[in-house]
Design a protein around this ligand. Structure first.
Ligand SMILES: Nc1ncnc2c1ncn2[C@@H]1O[C@H](COP(=O)(O)OP(=O)(O)OP(=O)(O)O)[C@@H](O)[C@H]1O
Length: 748
């Protein structure tokens, strides 16, 4: 009895959908905006109550065949959208449209191609998700119809986030969909992909094509994958491209075959390219002071949610591990592309909910939508103004307030000029930090490295990868290693707690380095520098000179301007009245969040050196290196000579390690050379044998020899590059064939 009843309900529902679809199509067609038009400014009389009445009016009129011009709508419920979508939007709290949504939705709904540009956090995701869902609904797309839309995004996290929005808005519809985010398992995913209607994925795979962060998707890093997708999807499709920094390259646009696209750039006339509620500052910070500056900043903002950008995975890992050991008094997290997707998701969720500091690579720079980030701190210079805009756009999202701070080395001041240039439209203030208030943590970092030798390795790699990243940057006006002196490198290594400056081999080993680039680093000079170990590198006072009263980044003056910061600061870092925060270089630093408490000093002589933060009778933290002393008196807890002695030992150990490394390297080179020689010898022997066996003509013989020789060369395992390239080529060919097969099947 039940089945016929259910069938009847389904039939009824289909009929209802059919009626709604006819109404929507007629409405969309009758009221569609003219190409190239923008919505008029919203009218004044748009109170919530008025808006609701107006929305009901619009729908009632449409039902009666009197179709309004929806291009002027300000609310989602005034648009020709299905009831299911409207219900989902209302439940999610979306009522009023943002500027980009008002401008793009009417065009996208009536099938125009769109090239949309709007500031970060301005709601571009809904501007493409709604038309996708509506188009598939109006076309009665079902599971059996396979993939109806591909949304391409540059990272897995972003794909996951977009999928969540699709799910939220499409929850009353019957589409299937998902985010394909795993790097492996495509074979297993095949079945699933074929049954999905909306596919959110990173480039690797199709009717409506959406490119989020379009300028990045179309750049050279994704070229081969995107070209495969573009070659497989029908040209008769709708294409939507969105980004905060939209591509204007004709070549890019030709590649995606846009047909008379609507170029919608809602903030083109705006005076700034970044959100209006974003307060932006820059500080000139010498390379060797960056870590101190970051630490001091974090210590002063213990109640804020801070996103910190660093240039490489190694940097992120190193800074995270070191700061974790030094315990600044705020939870720390880190995020980079080498983490499993599930772990990344968990970190994003945790960071969304709690006050903490998240150290991240640029995997987080674009698109990710995390609520209430107070500060974005760019410790390492972004590769371009566009990347700067995306990074700072992780805060001040959708009418919320936010602040950003960028550290630039004096050698990177050209970036500051670029940011301040009129065409960049970035309102950025330059602040000078107060040197006497900068906490020097190099000793503490060095102590941590003594205890955790694996961190020493990480520190070395962080050092090298940072310099490598600068070296490999394309914009040589900003990134030029020759502007850094050997002293800069040594001081930087020292600031990372490294007793010697690691060697930078990549400079001389890089094949495509131009002669000019080779001059960029005076390698010899750098080699000499290693012996200088500064325990307390002096701050470049000119650079960090006090610049009067307007610096409120590290040390906000008015408690009211950032009440949280000051309140917490008073508890955690009690200052002796009158002494303020001034610190002499030798002065013991306070490292951990502890209330004032009388404590007996106990030193465990069996613990590894420099390991735990200890407190004196006053409750002040004692520098970890103080535990090197055999006896600790109340006045003199730091035995500088012991520290120096330990450093000298470390230096000796590292030099010995280095010697061993070199010997090992030399030995392995020697072995390789010998092996190669032997192989060559064997080959010649075989060839001689072959010639003596051969009864063919001279030319045949030559041919045989050369082809034989060639084959051997390709298979020669000694030749890493040739072997890898061949393997890489095979792999690429296999992947392309697989992708083509997969897409071909989906298309069928
Ligand atoms: N009409 C709206 N009403 C209220 N909130 C909205 C509206 N549209 C979007 N939002 C919210 O604004 C935030 C930012 O939106 P979204 O992530 O789409 O920004 P974006 O323009 O894509 O930013 P980015 O360029 O950084 O990727 C999200 O939290 C989203 O839920």
């Amino acid at each position: 009895m039940r089945r016929p009843q259910r069938r009847a309900v389904a039939k009824q529902s289909r009929a209802k959908d059919g009626d709604e679809i006819r109404l929507l199509e007629a409405w969309i067609d009758a009221g569609k905006p003219l190409p190239g038009t923008k919505p008029p400014p919203p009218s004044e009389e748009s109170s919530a109550a008025n808006a609701r009445v107006r929305a009901r009016d619009v729908v009632a009129k449409a039902a009666a065949g009197d179709y309004s011009d929806y291009g002027a709508s300000t609310r989602f419920d005034e648009l020709p959208l299905s009831q299911k979508t409207k219900d989902a939007l209302r439940k999610a709290g979306y009522k009023e449209m943002s500027e980009i949504q008002r401008a793009a939705l009417p065009h996208a709904l009536c099938g125009h191609d769109v090239l949309g540009a709007a500031k970060t956090g301005s709601g571009k995701t809904l501007a493409f998700v709604i038309p996708v869902i509506e188009k598939l609904y109006r076309e009665k797309w079902s599971q059996e119809d396979g993939v109806g839309c591909i949304i391409l995004s540059p990272t897995n996290d972003l794909a996951g986030q977009i999928w969540e929005v699709v799910r939220k808005v499409g929850k009353h519809h019957n589409f299937s969909g998902g985010a394909i985010v795993k790097r492996t398992g495509i074979e297993q995913e095949k079945e699933r992909i074929n049954s999905l209607n909306i596919l959110v994925c990173t480039p690797g795979r199709k009717q409506i094509l959406v490119l989020d962060e379009a300028d990045q998707i179309l750049d050279k890093n994704f070229k081969s994958q995107v070209d495969i997708i573009l070659s497989q999807i029908p040209k008769a499709r709708q294409t939507l491209l969105f980004s905060a920094t939209q591509t204007k390259s004709v070549k890019d646009l030709a590649r995606v075959s846009l047909k008379n696209p609507e170029y919608i750039s809602v903030h083109e006339q705006a005076s700034t390219a970044t959100p209006d509620n974003l307060e932006q500052c820059a500080m000139i910070v010498p390379l060797e002071q960056k870590l101190n500056m970051l630490w001091s900043f974090i210590k002063r903002h213990l109640k804020s949610k801070i996103l910190v950008f660093l240039s490489s995975v190694k940097q992120v890992k190193f800074v995270y591990e070191i700061f974790k050991k030094l315990r600044p008094g705020i939870p720390l997290k880190c995020m980079h592309g080498r983490m499993k997707y599930e772990v990344q998701q968990a970190i994003v969720a945790e960071f969304s909910e709690s006050t903490s500091v998240l150290f991240s690579t640029d995997i987080f720079a674009r698109g990710l939508d995390i609520g209430n980030v107070d500060w974005v701190v760019q410790v390492d210079c972004p590769e371009s103004v566009a990347l700067y805009i995306h990074r700072v756009g992780r805060t001040a999202r959708y009418n919320k307030k936010g602040k950003s701070l960028i550290f630039l080395c004096p050698q990177e001041e050209r970036m500051l000029e670029k940011l301040k240039a009129t065409e960049s439209k970035i309102p950025i203030n330059v602040r000078k930090p107060k040197v006497e208030q900068l906490e020097q943590i190099s000793q503490n970092v060095a102590a941590v490295l003594v205890k955790f030798p694996n961190l020493q390795q990480l520190g070395k790699r962080a050092f090298v990868t940072y310099l490598k990243s600068v070296y490999l940057q394309g914009d040589k006006e900003v990134f030029d290693l020759s502007r850094f002196s050997a002293e800069n490198f040594a001081a930087y290594a020292s600031s990372l707690g490294l007793p010697v400056t690691p060697k930078i081999r990549f400079v001389s080993h890089k094949k495509n380095v131009s002669k000019k680039d080779m001059k960029d680093i005076d390698v010899k000079q750098m080699k000499h520098k290693a012996e200088v170990i500064e325990i307390n590198p002096q701050v470049n006072r000119d650079m960090l000179a006090d610049d009067g009263p307007d610096d409120d980044i590290l040390y906000p003056k008015k408690p009211n301007t950032d009440a949280n910061i000051y309140g917490l600061d008073d508890i955690l870092s009690p200052k002796v009245p009158g002494s303020d925060t001034h610190m002499e270089p030798e002065k013991i630093e306070e490292l951990a969040a502890r209330p004032l408490k009388k404590k007996k000093l106990k030193i465990n002589m069996h613990r590894p050196v420099g390991t735990r933060v200890k407190y004196d009778d006053e409750g002040n933290a004692i520098d970890p290196l103080a535990s090197l002393a055999e006896e600790v008196g109340p006045e003199d807890v730091i035995h500088k000579d012991k520290i120096l002695q330990r450093y000298a030992e470390m230096l000796r150990e590292m030099q010995e390690d280095d010697k061993e490394d070199k010997a090992q390297h030399k030995k392995s080179l020697h072995e390789k050379k010998f092996e190669k020689k032997m192989k060559l010898k064997r080959r010649r022997q075989e060839e001689t044998d072959a010639v003596s066996d051969d009864s063919g003509s001279e030319s045949d013989r030559n041919q045989n020899m050369s082809s034989k020789g060639k084959k051997k060369y390709l298979n020669n395992s000694d030749d890493d590059e040739g072997g890898d390239a061949a393997k890489g080529g095979d792999l690429l060919a296999q992947q392309e064939a697989l992708a083509l097969k997969l897409l071909g099947k989906m298309h069928d």
